[in-house]
Structure formats: C-alpha cells, structure tokens
Design a protein. Structure first.
Length: 312
C-alpha cells in the first residue's frame, strides 16, 4: 500500500514509447488479466481474446469442459490466432498458413493441412487461467500466485455491496478504441468530478462500481494498445443471473463502438462513461513529473508505488 510520503510520478509513464515496451514484461506478463466472462466461454469451442499492448491472450473452453489460456500468437510466423469472440470452434487455426492446433493447444497440422512431422510438435504457449464469479482471468507468468491473492479490492467492492459474485452474469461488454494511456483512463474513471466515479481502482487497470440496490456491477477495463497514444476502454456490466439460467444460456451483448456509433441502451452501460472515453481521443500526455500526495490521491499513489516495485 501507499507510503504516507508524497511520491514523484514520472511524466514518461504516460506518453513514452519505451515505457510501453517496458510494461510488457514488467506489468502485463506478470499480472492477472481480465479476459472475458464465463458467459462468453460457457461451451466447448467458445473462445475470446484480449490484447494488453504487446501481450495478447486468448482463452478457450476445451472439449473436456476445461478453460485454457494461450498466447494469441501463431508460433509459425507470429500472426494472431483469434480476433474477438467466437463460438463453435473445434480447433484453433491460423489464417496465414493454416497451422492448426486442437483446443488443448496441441499441433495437429502445419502448412495448409500438411501432417506434423516427428519433432515438429510445437504447442501453443499456455497461460494460467482462473475465474472469480463470472470473470475469467489469464496470466502469462507460469509462476503466478493464485488469482485470489490479487482480488481483495474487487472482492471487497462487490461483496461490500451485498452482492454474491457467483450469482452474477455478464450482461454486456462494450469496447471503445480511444487515446491516451491506460493509466490516465483509469485515473479519469475513478476521479471525483464530471465523470461517473467508479470508486476504488483495482490494480492495475480496472475500476469497479457495485450497485447493491440494482444488483449490478460495472467494470472499466483499460488496456494499452500497440501504439503509445492509443488505448482500449472496455466496460463490462454484470447483473443478477436469473434463477435457473446457466452460463451460456444467454450470450452477453458484445459491442465495439466506432467513432459515431450510438451506445445501445440494452448494454446497461452508463453513457457518461463512453462520453468520457471518447473525450480522451487526443489527450496531451503530461510533460512534467507529478508530485502525488497519498492523502489526496491514494489510488494514484497506490498504482505508481506498485509500478515502482514492478519496474525496479
Ligand atoms: S503465421 Fe500462422 S501459420 Fe504461418
């Protein structure tokens, strides 16, 4: 947690290409990453991907019912294996030269269906996968500690509102490509001001609001994009799962908003959040280092103290 002394936040953390590169091994490949929901991955052959800057993850439900995560990179020549969310896959096949793996990540065929020769068995790179309530997380680090160790704040927010995470389903996932740095997006979404305050930041890149009265949870997930001045701003809405409904009985409403697309009201997403994200398209990154007082900006100080430890 934060020290009582003010800390200096380097401006380069918000607008420097080198920082984006450093965050790949130091942050995204060592952190539990929210990928999707169990409602996206209820049936064998359901698959979802989520890219965090240079760290692309996919999670698939296998024929045996098990969730598995893989790096979303073809081991042949590096093409992405999956874009978006899909159902009904019985294999994972790269579009480029059709190398093909089964849903457990074992190579089945190489160039355009050619058989795998002995010694050529190149599996997909596995990721750790764990779930909490309806949320599915992946971790690139084979030595990662349990997901539960990193979820204290999320658990406190949801359970503190009187909600049972196991009684929730994912209603929608809305994604917007916007500008700026993932940190400034979460900073803004958790700030008190004209933007809807989402309460406690969940380290490092989530902000969560739980509404005990409505029984809903809104999660903002900010992800670095591959260029330094772009980021993905995603909003997941969780709602009570109707009695008798199992994961997968009703697919979440997935929407990727382009520049002037209207936000469908059925998503249940607060329009002010999307307006905030769109207003970040051309932000000016800070040019001066910032002195942050933990009494005034505890969330910000906690994040950067955490980053200091990762980037030491
Ligand atoms: S890059 Fe994937 S099969 Fe060649």
């Amino acid at each position: 947690m934060a020290d009582t002394a003010a800390i200096t936040i380097p401006a380069r953390r918000y607008g420097d290409r080198q920082t984006v590169l450093e965050e790949d091994p130091q942050v995204w490949r060592r952190t539990w990453l929210l990928v999707a929901s169990t409602d996206h991955l209820a049936h064998p052959g359901d698959v979802v991907e989520a890219r965090y800057g240079l760290a692309p993850a996919l999670v698939v439900r296998g024929d045996d019912g098990r969730l598995r995560g893989f790096e979303n990179v073809c081991p042949h020549q590096g093409a992405p294996l999956c874009l978006g969310a899909h159902t009904g896959w019985d294999q994972i096949q790269c579009n480029n030269h059709q190398w093909t793996w089964d849903l457990a990540g074992r190579l089945q065929a190489v160039d355009f269906g050619a058989p795998v020769e002995p010694g050529q068995e190149i599996p997909l790179q596995p990721l750790a996968v764990e779930t909490w309530g309806p949320l599915v997380f992946a971790n690139f680090d084979p030595g990662a500690g349990p997901l539960a160790d990193d979820l204290a704040a999320l658990r406190a927010t949801v359970e503190g509102a009187g909600l049972d995470p196991d009684g929730l389903r994912c209603r929608s996932l809305v994604q917007v490509l916007t500008g700026g740095n993932w940190k400034s997006l979460v900073d803004g979404a958790t700030a008190v001001g004209p933007v809807p305050e989402l309460g406690t930041r969940q380290l490092p890149n989530l902000a969560v609001r739980a509404d005990g009265g409505a029984g809903t949870v809104t999660i903002v997930r900010a992800r670095p994009y591959v260029s330094v001045d772009r980021a993905m701003f995603d909003v997941l809405v969780l709602e009570p799962r109707p009695a008798g409904q199992a994961p997968g009985d009703q697919r979440p409403l997935d929407v990727t908003l382009k520049k002037d697309d209207e936000l469908p009201t059925e998503t249940g997403v607060d329009p002010d959040l999307i307006a905030f994200a769109r207003a970040q398209l051309t932000p000016a990154p800070p040019t001066d280092d910032l002195l942050a007082d933990p009494d005034e900006r505890p969330e910000l100080v906690a994040l950067h103290t955490w980053l200091d430890e990762r980037q030491r």
